[in-house]
Design a protein around this ligand. Sequence first.
Ligand code: IGP
Length: 276
Amino acid sequence: MWNKLPPEEEFRLERIQKAFEKRKGKAAILPFLTAGDPNFDDSLACFRALLQAGADLVEIGIPYSDPLADGKVIQDAALRSLQSGFSLPRIFEMTQLLRRESEAGLILFSYVNPVFQYGLERFFQDARKAGADGIIIPDLPFEESVDVRQAADAADIALIPLVTPTSGRDRIASISSEARGFVYCVSSLGVTGERVQMSERVEELVRTVRQSTPLPVAVGFGVSTPEQAQNIAAYADGVIVGSAFVRRIGQSLDQGQDAMLSTITEFFKELQTAVQ
Ligand SMILES: O=P(O)(O)OC[C@@H](O)[C@@H](O)c1c[nH]c2ccccc12
């Protein structure tokens, strides 16, 4: 069973639970955007627009120069962000600004390298001060995650694990039983990027995870249409969508911020309507 944190430390994890519970049994749409893409101000405006459109949780992606698990769309976004001068400390500045305006679940997303380069304890303490609720680190192997989970727990930041369709049942059980916040079920192998066809195996993966934790389960990777979101919403608590939002940002770079905000807001509302 889930190793529940002592009550006094659960308050931050509760914001994530509350965000899922707000959906009253409907799935939450969890947008991912690369922070700082295409620049700090436009990126902040994009996150604000999604929160104002009703996103209950957002993934705030820390741009990284070697995003091995990312497809071209998010790789290009990371490049735009880094070229605009975005650096890790600014993620806390952005998170703090969003926290001041919203009680939504703010989930940081980073590869493991930038976290260690910044300093493990310092990273999580600064994340806590900024008002973050959780973090996803896709290239942190479960076997090496004890120190990171301890640093995250000490700062009341939920270390949200990922499981994949090739993870064995025992591994899924151990990962899920140590999970905080929610469990991220990666729908398919390979890198992030919109897929025409979603894998059928992910529903079975969600069922397996639910045998080991009462926490919410979200599915991500490849979601590109409201119909795909609707199909996932039939069995998962959350639908994570990244590249489909990030592509829209990349395609509206020369149309001004208003066009950028309306395209992602419109898409969010289509997704949200599909999972009602
Ligand atoms: O972009 P997609 O296919 O919609 O997948 C979600 C994904 O963007 C986000 O959760 C994420 C961005 N980079 C990652 C790297 C690994 C796992 C997950 C991610």
